[in-house]
Design a protein around this ligand. Structure first.
Ligand SMILES: *Cc1c(COP(=O)(O)O)cnc(C)c1O
Length: 378
């Protein structure tokens, strides 16, 4: 099955009982048992729900995994994955991970004795040097947010395997349409499905896929024990969103490339970050491991003042957190998504006050370019 077909026919399509072409919303908490313990595969909706199950089968198929799981948010998914570990374990993470991931690792999981170190994983030597005796997992985000750095998933997971570590990849920015980490050696792939997978700024959710049965059983045990599941309505919305992921990703990227070409020539733009640019330091790796460069662009206009001027003049780019939806969004990472990261740390990472990030939507790209032009020049 080719990629676009899988988005529509992967997982469980339709309803066996009625012939409905879509999986129905099973708005139900419990299931009748014929005798104690004798049920049709579903007993209680925290443990399993048919609509959520259809979504879990779909993400499993899209990510070429063995088991899939749906959670109430990307952070719930990340937290559930971290519950695979125990007190005294050490996790090595990409340095400019999503702000919420940095926060849960440094402010919440530390209370349970799970240690974390953050390194620039786009340089494999940094991973090698940071592995400790108690390191159990390597957690990658690639491309990163907001600097769009790329880590070589194959090289990193090979190194991780040599040291007996699990490799976890946050695949939110690329989506399985462009990048399939489990086929590159990763053990666990996860998403904030709130972004491209949902695609319409209407649902908060997280998805996970694993390529190992034992890991799948452990994660199901955690999902059922801790209970951060996705409800049937939201599961249905995600299944619906995912059907158009292919055409959306292609169009996001087509628009992004045209905007990058416009911004690259604009005198008000000091620096531009996009993996599709041949000048991007990890361009070759990105080309090798992904089928597309995506729809996220960051650029530096030089100062906080210039960034806020730009924001106030734009018409079609909505100032908002989040990304990956049909409408174009703009954010200032230092003030928004990365505000929970201390200022000194942001400076180390290169997240300046003049850095803006855009999530290119599906509007007509000529309107988007016209809008950026008038805002940059006023
Ligand atoms: C948004 C995001 C998350 C967190 O997901 P939520 O659905 O907001 O909980 C994690 N990783 C990345 C890369 C994100 O963009």
């Amino acid at each position: 099955m080719k990629r676009k077909t899988k988005l529509i026919h992967g997982g469980i399509s339709g309803d066996l009982h009625t012939g409905a072409v879509n999986v129905p919303i099973y708005q139900v908490s419990t299931y009748k048992q014929e005798g104690a313990g004798n049920h049709k595969g579903f007993e209680y909706s925290r443990t399993g729900n048919p609509t959520r199950h259809a979504l879990e089968e779909l993400i499993k198929d899209l990510e070429s995994g063995k088991r899939g799981f749906a959670f109430s948010s990307g952070m719930a998914a990340i937290t559930a994955v971290m519950m695979l570990f125990k007190q005294g374990d050490h996790i090595l993470l990409t340095d400019d991970v999503y702000g919420g991931t940095f926060r849960v690792m440094t402010k919440v999981l530390t209370k349970f004795g799970i240690e974390a170190t953050f390194v620039d994983t786009s340089n494999i030597n940094n991973i090698q040097e940071a592995i400790q005796k108690n390191t159990v997992a390597l957690y990658l985000e690639t491309p990163t947010n907001p600097l769009l750095k790329i880590t070589d998933i194959k090289a990193a997971s090979t190194l991780a395997k040599e040291h007996g570590l699990l490799t976890i990849v946050d695949n939110t920015f690329s989506t399985p349409y462009f990048q399939v980490p489990l086929t590159l050696g990763a053990d666990i792939v996860l998403h904030s499905a709130t972004k491209y997978l949902g695609g319409h700024s209407d649902v908060i959710s997280g998805l996970v896929a694993v390529n190992d049965d034992a890991l799948g059983n452990d994660l199901h045990f955690i999902q059922n024990s801790t209970g951060g599941i996705l409800g049937p309505n939201d599961s249905w919305l995600l299944i619906r969103g995912i059907k158009t992921l292919g055409i959306r990703m292609e169009e996001h990227e087509r628009n992004a490339k045209k905007i990058v070409s416009f911004l690259s020539k604009h005198p008000q733009v000091e620096k531009i970050y996009y993996p599709g640019l041949p000048a991007h330091p990890n361009h070759e790796i990105s080309k090798r491991q992904a089928l597309g460069f995506g729809g996220m662009i960051s650029f530096d206009v030089g100062s906080e003042e210039k960034a806020s001027n730009l924001l106030s003049k734009l018409k079609y780019f909505t100032l908002a957190e989040s990304l990956g939806a049909v409408e174009s969004l703009i954010s200032v990472p230092a003030k928004m998504t990365h505000a929970s990261i201390p200022k000194e740390r942001r400076a180390e990472l290169g997240i300046t006050d003049g850095l803006v990030r855009i999530s290119v939507g599906l509007e007509d790209v000529d309107d988007l370019i016209e809008d950026l032009k008038q805002a940059l020049e006023s």
